[in-house]
Design a protein around this ligand. Structure first.
Ligand SMILES: [Zn+2]
Ligand SMILES: [Zn+2]
Length: 464
């Protein structure tokens, strides 16, 4: 993407804001509107428009001001003399939770070369990368993988702690992305796993005993009859696997008993969080399916640009509401998440988004980083995971325990006696006293009837 540089007087002031110790009045809104030759000022005007101003009427004499708040610099529009902020555009945002940073001002090279990259008030400044608006940079993803490989051995990969580890699956049916066919995998094969929402493809491609040998022939997936039934998300994930220089991809097949082992041992898990199986992954070069850029650029000066995700793009993806996806994400040690036409990396220690040139440390939470088992029965962790899972939706409510089986398998190793219908047997009598936090209904079948074949005390069978 070519960034047009617009060094108009307003932009020049914004670009220098970090060096200032005081808030700065830049100009009136009218003045910004009049900078018709400046693409950035017009972007700012558009950003401050009705969509983001929550219905406030914006007038020409409203002031655009650089303001320093606790979390960094903001460009904000204020109501005339009242100094009432109408819209804020975070320029350098520092979020303690790490993952929520949205926008940053790129420091100049001289600043970057100084030992501590700090703003005028001692706050660290994030670096941003220029992004291609149509295609995701696979080399950048490769660098994330290399960084984790180099720095996180023993925790994100090549894990030896027996309580964190699962033996590799004994058998695997893998897609060989170079030969475009299925292969019988060996426990030593390095493979990527795929996690996505099953959806709309009619008679999607399934491996059954009768067609297995046929699908093991070279280029079997390129035969027109097979290709048409291969969901786009699988095709695009094959492209991602190949572009990252790998050969094997595992995608959901009926290996229920090995789910924990499969996801825990994947080299990384590709999470296609946009849409369902026929939406695909946009922005992958080989797939010829460009993305729509989710970012908005503000180019204040050379090497001083900022970008943000358009607020209307924020949404909870369908992926994160689906039951089966829960364990697939939680058990995976490293995930590459394609969401909102952008891509992010998550491993135990860092998260990384394509607009950042440095990784961000992950804050600890039970759902951040992969689910690590302990040698002692961690009941609080188990109940937190069950609680989070109980909000997930399933197309077939009967799947409720199967879609949780990998997590059950993980915890059963330290919860002596295992888990019966969601309750750990070692503290069964106490756990029977669990209560829903509020008035939750019980999970129902496709006809709207309560699933009576399961006991009423089984907590996963209750749902919001
Ligand atoms: Zn400008
Ligand atoms: Zn890592």
């Amino acid at each position: 993407m070519n960034i047009s540089i617009s060094p108009c007087p307003n932009c020049a002031v914004i670009a220098r804001a970090e060096y200032s110790d005081d808030d700065i009045d830049i100009a009136t809104f009218e003045n910004f509107r009049n900078q018709t030759d400046c693409v950035t000022c017009q972007n700012v005007v558009e950003y401050f428009g009705p969509k983001n101003s929550w219905g406030n009427t914006i007038q020409g004499d409203d002031i655009v001001r650089m303001k320093y708040k606790r979390n960094g610099w903001y460009l904000q529009l204020e109501k005339g003399d009242l100094r009432r902020p109408l819209v804020r555009l975070p320029i350098v945002e520092k979020d303690k939770r790490g993952d929520k940073r949205r926008l940053a001002l790129t420091p100049s090279r001289e600043l970057e070369e100084q030992s501590n990259i700090t703003g005028g008030r001692g706050e660290p400044t994030l670096l941003t990368e220029s992004l291609d608006s149509s295609w995701i940079d696979m080399k950048q993803i490769g660098a994330w993988v290399d960084f984790c490989n180099k720095n996180h051995a023993g925790t994100c990969h090549s894990v030896t702690n027996p309580w964190w580890n699962f033996a590799p699956p004994e058998y695997l049916i893998l897609i060989d992305v170079t030969r475009c066919c299925l292969v019988r995998g060996k426990p030593t094969n390095e493979y990527m796993a795929l996690s996505y929402v099953w959806g709309t493809v009619e008679k999607p491609f399934q491996t059954v005993l009768e067609n297995f040998e046929e699908l093991c022939q070279d280029n079997a997936f390129n035969l027109p009859s097979n290709y048409a039934r291969l969901p786009r998300t699988i095709r695009d994930s094959m492209a991602v696997t190949a572009l990252l220089g790998h050969k094997y991809l595992w995608h959901k097949s009926k290996q229920l008993e090995s789910m924990a082992s499969i996801y825990a041992n994947s080299y990384l898990t590709i999470i296609a969080a946009d849409g369902d199986d026929d939406y695909g992954i946009h922005g992958i070069h080989l797939s010829q399916n460009p993305r729509t850029m989710p970012y908005r650029y503000f180019d204040f000066a050379p090497n001083r640009h900022a970008m943000t995700k358009d607020p209307i793009q924020y949404n909870n993806s369908r992926y994160h509401h689906r039951g089966w996806c829960f364990q697939e994400e939680l058990i995976s040690r490293r995930t590459l998440v394609f969401q909102n036409n952008s891509v992010s990396w998550y491993c135990k220690w860092v998260s990384w988004n394509e607009n950042l040139s440095r990784p961000m440390k992950r804050q600890f939470s039970y759902l951040s980083g992969f689910l690590t088992n302990t040698s002692w029965p961690n009941l609080p962790l188990y109940t937190s995971v069950v609680f989070a899972y109980s909000f997930r939706q399933l197309t077939y409510p009967d799947d409720i325990l199967n879609a949780f089986a990998a997590i059950t398998a993980t915890f059963s190793r330290s919860l002596i006696g295992g888990i019966l219908h969601g309750l750990p047997e070692m503290s069964f009598d106490g756990m029977l006293l669990w209560q829903p936090g509020t008035c939750y209904p019980r999970r129902k079948d496709a006809n709207g009837l309560i699933l009576r074949k399961y006991p009423s005390w089984s907590c996963p069978f209750w749902v919001l």
